[in-house]
Design a protein around this ligand. Structure first.
Ligand code: ZN
Length: 493
């Protein structure tokens, strides 16, 4: 009996985190999502000595860290990660199968939209919208739940990192065009930039002109400044209707790609991130009030250490170049079966077949796919070439196949998917930066810390997925999870 009572009491503590008042839904004034592009989970500790008080340390000391949060699908790319966090589902359902993919046979970026025009720019950087995203986001559901009174804003240097998290029906999404230079949007959202965006761009012209924000610590600071301007400009968190602000820091990804995971350049970017986070928390405390906002920090993907660093320490790594492999396949299939350019496109690890040429040749499709796999797998750096039309037919661990299938949408993905041996990646030995895209721990283990409104201090080691983030926030807010969500709410213990 005593044991039962204790169990009941414990369950109540967990459940109460979600429902403090059983009848009336209580919500925070503001939900803030902070995504740090290419932040590995272990950076929380790699850089621990560099963190000052008030930034990451405040999150770790006062927040709730889900220490084993993994990306539930491959490929682990930016557009997929930003979509998954805010839709609670994977590319198989949300349709964002990569930063680039083929749509009706044409190569596009995830947010490319030639039917819209830029606002605040005359370049094609403004031709972007969330139309390729197939499902609703957390922000869309918040808008639905509040009769569209909630204000939802997305801010990032990268277009996809602002657009996909903000969803289909936000108040606004703003990304950076270095040619302007300034934050811009598209006429999908509005006809004219709001005054506060115009003023922000004007005020920061000098910094924007003097620095390459993509590769400089000023890029981190400018993104947080823009987020603060959005809070003021859109009056986020100023009334009883919950608002949502989705921020993404893109500079961390650019510097990682250029200089790699263990570089002084990346160190300095993370130092800046920590300083700017501390300032941002101060601003939130002042503008919205401590305890009135619910914040989470996470990443769209991690990063694989560079070959030169790894091999220098006798650790397994060996990059593999896509084009020579594709050329060898196309030459061999032409010679054996008379099919020209059988691999039409390669985007990341996804290979698209030339279905027209295949059909016209009358060659046996299954034989061709098996032959391609055999040719590519001759290379010791490649583990498997998965036939996405029959993924479960080979002796490949389910753990991997499930993730590949969750990342695959037949109308947009290639028919073949390449899996390098763990530690290897698409690239060259001479390449200096770090990269991502694989299923491995390096790319799929991301930080996830909740902080603020109704979040207890603590951590959990039980694994959970990136798909669980949106359902967790939705449950706390007592709103519907995004329509395609497959994740489960995380219970704080
Ligand atoms: Zn990224």
């Amino acid at each position: 009996m005593k044991k039962l009572l204790i169990t009941t009491a414990l369950c109540c503590i967990a459940a109460c985190t979600f429902a403090t008042h059983a009848q009336e839904p209580v919500r925070p004034r503001l939900v803030v999502g902070v995504m740090v592009d290419q932040m590995r989970w272990d950076y929380l500790y790699t850089y621990y000595d560099k963190w000052q008080e008030g930034g990451i340390k405040r999150l770790l000391a006062e927040g709730y860290s889900c220490q084993n949060t993994f990306i539930d699908y491959v490929p682990t790319y930016t557009a997929c990660g930003h979509s998954c966090v805010y839709t609670g589902t994977t590319p198989a359902f949300n349709g964002i199968v990569g930063n680039n993919f083929l749509l009706h046979g044409k190569s596009i970026t995830s947010v490319n939209d030639t039917t819209v025009a830029g606002v605040g720019t005359t370049t094609n950087v403004g031709q972007a919208s969330p139309r390729n995203l197939l499902v609703t986001t957390l922000g869309d559901e918040l808008r639905l739940a509040t009769q569209f009174k909630a204000r939802v804003v997305g801010v990032a240097l990268k277009d996809r990192a602002a657009i996909l998290p903000a969803g289909h029906a936000p108040t606004g999404a703003y990304w950076y065009d270095s040619k302007v230079p300034g934050f811009i949007t598209s006429d999908y959202y509005m006809k004219q930039l709001p005054k506060w965006v115009e003023q922000f761009n004007k005020k920061n012209q000098k910094v924007m002109k003097d620095y390459d924000l993509w590769n400089n610590r000023n890029g981190v600071t400018m993104t947080f400044e823009m987020a603060k301007a959005a809070i003021d400009g859109e009056q986020l968190g100023q009334d009883d209707v919950t608002d949502l602000l989705a921020i993404s820091i893109s500079t961390t990804d650019y510097v990682g790609h250029t200089w790699s995971t263990r570089s002084l350049q990346l160190d300095s970017i993370y130092e800046q991130l920590d300083i700017d986070l501390a300032h941002f928390f101060h601003a939130l405390d002042a503008k919205v009030g401590k305890g009135n906002y619910l914040l989470f920090l996470t990443a769209d993907h991690g990063a694989t250490h560079n070959y030169q660093f790894m091999s220098g320490h006798s650790l397994p790594s060996d990059p593999w170049s896509t084009s020579p492999a594709k050329n060898a396949v196309n030459d061999s299939i032409l010679a054996q079966f008379g099919v020209k350019d059988v691999v039409k496109n390669t985007i990341g690890y996804s290979w698209y077949l030339n279905n027209e040429a295949l059909e016209a040749s009358g060659a046996d499709r299954e034989t061709i796919k098996r032959t391609i796999a055999r040719i590519v797998e001759r290379d010791d750096r490649i583990a498997w070439v998965i036939d996405m039309e029959h993924p479960y037919e080979r002796a490949i661990p389910r753990e991997l196949l499930d993730r590949v299938v969750r990342g695959y949408y037949a109308k947009r993905s290639g028919e073949l998917y390449i899996i390098p041996v763990t530690g290897n990646y698409a690239g060259t030995r001479a390449g200096k930066g770090s990269t991502h895209g694989t299923w491995n721990q390096s790319d799929s283990h991301i930080p996830l810390i909740f902080y603020g409104w109704h979040v207890p201090q603590g951590e959990r080691v039980e694994p959970n997925g990136m798909i669980d983030i949106a359902p967790t926030v939705a449950a706390m807010l007592h709103i519907s999870a995004p329509d395609g969500a497959i994740g489960k709410p995380i219970v704080f213990k």
